[in-house]
Design a protein around this ligand. Structure first.
Ligand SMILES: *Cc1c(COP(=O)(O)O)cnc(C)c1O
Length: 234
């Protein structure tokens, strides 16, 4: 990977923030859209430079890599966003404030169990496989209601919303479908509002190539790696 100069990182960061504001304006939105810096393969010095610039949300997607570098981060909020095997939950449960990539009941149960042991409640997002792709994780959209019903019974998770990685073809219909699912559940929330473990406020979608479009469809966390930190192989 080409070492990114501070200047480039700063320029990238400011340009992305500006584009986020423009995309919000275009969508007529006044709510907050958070920029997550996705740090796979990015060295900690560069992550820390980003944090110094004001980046306040980090996304890690590989357990091994995360454990190797998290102690060197400056303090910041970190979410886990990658495929997660149940037997790895114990390594990250006390190190992240949200797991965005919950894609099975089994994983949700393990997170709840480990969070209970760690005496915390873990925020989670349910990952949706919106394009029904074999190569991607996530609940099929048809399973969402059932998954929500089961997962909201677990004692130590709090369901905050949905996350997706749409097909590469860039078809806006996937964002539009996600938006509809998110809003539908938001409007039905009354049924679930008796539980402390349901706070439906987060729609995480949009990456380097499509974050502006995602914001148009209501995303409030955009997860950006290459456009912020520079290009790399993965
Ligand atoms: C790598 C990754 C991103 C960021 O991708 P870029 O195209 O580099 O912005 C976002 N979300 C997840 C889950 C990722 O693994």
């Amino acid at each position: 990977m080409e070492r990114l100069s501070n200047e480039n990182l700063r320029d990238n960061y400011l340009r992305i923030l500006e584009n986020i504001e423009k995309a919000k304006e275009k969508a007529g939105r006044k709510d907050t859209v958070r920029l997550m810096g996705v740090t796979k393969t990015v060295p900690t010095e560069i992550i820390n430079e980003g944090i110094s610039l004001g980046l306040d949300l980090i996304g890690e997607s590989k357990v091994q890599e995360f454990l190797g570098k998290e102690q060197d981060y400056k303090m910041t909020e970190t979410h886990f966003i990658g495929g997660l095997q149940s037997n790895k939950v114990k390594y990250i449960v006390d190190k992240v404030s949200c797991i965005q990539s919950v894609d099975s009941l089994k994983l949700a149960k393990e997170i709840s169990k480990r969070a209970t042991t760690a005496d915390k409640v873990m925020d989670i997002l349910l990952q949706i496989n919106i394009g029904d792709e074999a190569s991607k994780g996530g609940f099929p959209k048809e399973m969402l209601d059932e998954a929500l019903g089961e997962i909201s019974k677990l004692p130590s998770v709090r369901i905050r919303g949905l996350m997706t990685i749409p097909p590469i073809d860039g078809d806006e219909k996937y964002f539009s479908q996600m938006n509809k699912m998110f809003v539908d559940i938001q409007s039905k929330k009354g049924d679930n509002s008796n539980s402390d473990n349901f706070l439906w406020d987060t729609l995480s979608m949009g990456m380097s190539g499509d974050y502006e479009k995602a914001i148009y469809y209501g995303s409030n966390i955009v997860r950006i790696g290459s456009l912020l930190f520079g290009y790399r192989n993965y």
